[in-house]
Ligand binder design. Structure first.
Ligand SMILES: C[S@@+](CC[C@H](N)C(=O)[O-])C[C@H]1O[C@@H](n2cnc3c(N)ncnc32)[C@H](O)[C@@H]1O
Length: 249
């Protein structure tokens, strides 16, 4: 039967893909298979993407990847820097509920007035107003030390200063098995956005994200591995997040 064979093949491919999935940053190159002209189409209407009527500004391939990662990781704590409309935080909370995971979602933004009314009333998400460049104020060590693991930490707040954020979580609680995702490290997506991004300084910082991440990761090569299972599912670095789905080991 064709479909029985397909299931067998799927299992076999899953095993192959998962076998050597965790690699050092030095084994990776900062390129992606999805060309900029395709990203222009995929991201052209990204602010129209919604979850329960709230903006969900994740890339289309990330919308495929996150649920699989959430199910596999079973995070007890999700920390998102960059709440925006609140759509992604509610999306995460819904997935935790759907998968029967008893976890909490913390979502931080410098400007919580951007939150959708529906997000504001979602008691499952702790929205915190604060600056991603001063995380110690909004996520003090006393709070972080109470948050159960595994953690999924997501930086989605360009133009937050990436090295400071990496250092903060590295020194304040990330444990083996936790995941850290730095969004928007793809050069292609910054090429797409360059025409519309108002603040040129921010744009330049966005373009530097991957370089800064690589530089930091090289110093921590044995502590943070790149998860190629998710990164390469839709082609090499086939999301907005080049080489930036990371597992602490
Ligand atoms: C790309 S949006 C987040 C998208 C959201 N996570 C989603 O998937 O729908 C980026 C957000 O980062 C916030 N932001 C910008 N600078 C920040 C900072 N220094 N600290 C915290 N949040 C910041 C912006 O206000 C904006 O809401």
């Amino acid at each position: 039967m064709g479909y029985q064979k397909a299931v067998q093949q799927a299992r076999h491919r899953q095993e192959l893909f998962k076998a050597d999935r965790f690699v050092k940053i030095s084994d990776r190159i900062d390129q992606g298979d999805i060309p900029t002209r395709i990203w222009e189409k995929l991201l052209g209407n990204y602010l129209l993407q919604s979850w329960k009527g709230m903006i969900l500004s994740k890339g289309v391939t990330e919308i495929g990847l996150y649920p699989m990662l959430l199910y596999e990781l079973q995070p007890k704590t999700i920390i998102e820097i960059g709440a925006f409309n609140g759509g992604s935080a509610v999306w995460f909370a819904d997935h935790l509920e759907l998968f029967g995971i008893e976890g909490s979602v913390y979502s931080i933004d410098i400007d919580l007035s951007l939150l959708d009314e529906k997000a504001k009333t979602d008691s499952r998400v702790n929205f915190l107003e604060g600056d991603g460049n001063k995380l110690g104020t909004v996520l003090p060590p006393e709070l972080l030390s109470t948050l159960p693991h595994p953690w999924l930490v997501i930086e989605d707040a360009a133009p937050v200063e990436i090295v400071g954020l990496l250092e903060f979580f590295h020194k304040n609680g990330l444990e083996n098995g936790d995941y850290l995702i730095i969004e928007d490290t793809s050069q292609s997506i910054w090429d797409c956005w360059s025409g519309n991004w108002e603040d040129q300084e921010e744009l330049a910082e966005g373009r530097e994200k991957m370089d800064k991440l690589r530089h930091w990761l090289i110093k921590h090569e044995d502590e943070y591995l790149v998860d190629t299972y998710y990164l390469d599912m839709y082609g090499y670095n086939g999301s907005k997040n080049w080489n930036s789905i990371l597992k602490k080991v």
